[in-house]
Design a protein around this ligand. Structure first.
Ligand code: ADP
Ligand code: TRP
Length: 457
């Protein structure tokens, strides 16, 4: 699967509106069907404009909850926070040294700011080097595609430029040259004022997670047809924002019917707006439920972010290992963790420590052991692993000369959180642990004298 990566800055107040949903989140979700996706909340990028602790905290929380609620299941998506993966800032620092000052001076964000009403003394270096942090964000993950809005195109070009420079200077293809993915087909959603693009800063939005009354108000104040004074006047559908939004959220047959009534002057604005409101509530019903659920269970959100950061760190760590090695930071005095860099191969073949930690092993005492009737291999053990009920666990070791007597009243180590496996007419509810002996004969690990039911860590 091809890898894609994108970031979203928790600017404004961190919440998303239907323009963000249609223009960004929905695309990303679609891409995630057949791409390996990395999506992160660019909290460090928000520092260029937000320097109040409380506001930054609120924004980050809002954006995380909004995104997670809209994305739903995270199949093929690694979702994390930029500041949870310090490799982003580490790489930025290194990339600074292969980047000419002029390249950043030509960046739009900086140039525009300078031209407005601001002097160099009022622009922080964070804003100036914003494209460098973004380049680091991207290059760390070697993505095939970077889906962004049009306004971010130049930043991707800077990232490409920096990647090429680095590879050229160090004569090694460390970085993959990133490709922007700017779907032209994705329309810019106009705002409720019917004039400008829907944008948080313009206050012309329809929210997704606000309470119903707020959203109803936003819908009711949406621009329709200024030439229409009464519900009996024939109305216009083109340029009418309510119908524009309905195209995305309503049902085709119903829309056609409403359009006809509207143009004939047989239905009021309010009725059409009510239908839009209902359609929005229906479209986002599941997402709104997920939002409430996540908001009241911070531990769920934290777990998602922990898992996301752990996965992101594997990839980011691999790239940083290569970078450190390539630029000469690694030598015989380097700490082992820095000398060893994980390769893509290691990553693919290995189980992560977190994954392995999910395996549960316990001390169990065999309270009954018999040859399984109808089998010439299986011995059926009944094992006390410290739970209310004993477990039935099979072991296929009669061909090695084992008899039930060998197991009876002794203690061994058992794996206790495996999916049950059918063995003849019963299910094995775990597995006994053994070591390969010299001639392939399994040797059982004795747990005699250890507390029954204890977990191995
Ligand atoms: P806002 O303008 O509300 O602050 P952002 O600039 O933070 O939104 O944009 C976040 C993402 O949503 C970007 O990918 C952007 O392309 C997309 N987006 C924002 N507004 C719209 C819109 N009106 N129509 C389509 N996509 C939009
Ligand atoms: N600057 C991007 C924006 O404002 C957000 C972002 C930060 C990003 N790092 C990124 C997007 C890396 C794509 C890749 O929309």
């Amino acid at each position: 699967m091809k890898r894609i990566l994108s970031g979203i800055t928790p600017s404004g107040d961190g919440s998303l509106h239907i323009g963000n949903y249609l223009g960004a989140v929905r695309q990303f979700k679609k891409l995630s069907e057949d791409h390996d996706c990395f999506l992160f909340v660019a909290d460090l990028h928000a520092l260029t404009t937000i320097q109040q602790k409380g506001q930054l905290q609120t924004n980050i929380e809002a954006l995380i909850l909004n995104e997670l609620a809209l994305l739903g299941d995270l199949k093929n998506i690694t979702f994390f926070r930029q500041s949870d993966v310090p490799e982003h800032t580490e790489l930025q620092s290194i990339l600074n040294n292969v980047t000419p000052l002029g390249l950043l001076k030509r960046a739009h964000a900086y140039k525009d700011k300078l031209q407005k009403d601001t002097t160099e003394d009022d622009i922080n270096v964070g804003l100036f080097s914003y494209p460098m942090l973004m380049a680091a964000d991207i290059l760390l993950y070697k993505p095939d595609l970077v889906p962004v809005g049009k306004d971010q195109k130049q930043h991707i070009e800077i990232a490409r430029d920096v990647a090429e420079r680095f590879n050229r200077i160090y004569k090694k293809k460390v970085f993959k040259i990133p490709e922007p993915f700017i779907p032209e087909a994705v329309a810019v959603i106009p705002g409720t004022d019917g004039k400008r693009k829907m944008s948080k800063s313009l206050g012309n939005i329809i929210s997704i997670f606000e309470n119903e009354e707020v959203i109803r108000k936003q819908v009711m104040s949406t621009y329709t047809d200024p030439t229409r004074k009464h519900a009996t006047d024939p109305g216009h559908v083109e340029g009418n924002m309510v119908f524009t939004y309905l195209e995305f959220f309503g049902e085709k047959a119903k829309i056609d019917q409403l359009k006809e009534l509207y143009t004939k002057g047989q239905i009021s604005d309010i009725e059409v707006k009510n239908y839009l409101f209902e359609s929005l509530m229906k479209t986002f019903e599941k997402a709104r439920k997920r939002y409430e659920d996540l908001k009241s269970h911070p531990e769920k959100v934290k777990k998602i972010l922990e898992e996301g950061a752990a996965k992101a760190k594997i990839i980011a760590g691999m790239t940083m290992g290569e970078v450190r090695e390539t630029i000469g930071l690694v030598n015989q005095y380097s700490l082992v963790s820095q000398r060893y860099h994980v390769t893509e191969h290691d990553n693919k073949e290995n189980v992560t420590i977190d994954e392995f930690a999910r395996i549960e092993m316990r001390v169990g005492k065999v309270t009954s052991a018999i040859n399984k009737e109808g089998s010439d291999k299986l011995i059926r053990l009944v094992v006390d692993v410290g739970e209310e009920k004993p477990r039935i666990i099979f072991t296929a070791v009669r061909p090695f000369g084992y008899t039930p007597d060998y197991f009876l009243n002794k203690q061994f180590f058992f794996i206790t959180n495996l999916a049950p496996r059918k063995m003849m007419d019963e299910y094995s509810q775990g597995m006994i642990m053994a070591v390969d002996g010299a001639d392939g004969k399994p040797l059982f690990l004795s747990a005699d004298g250890m507390p029954v039911g204890s977990k191995i860590r």
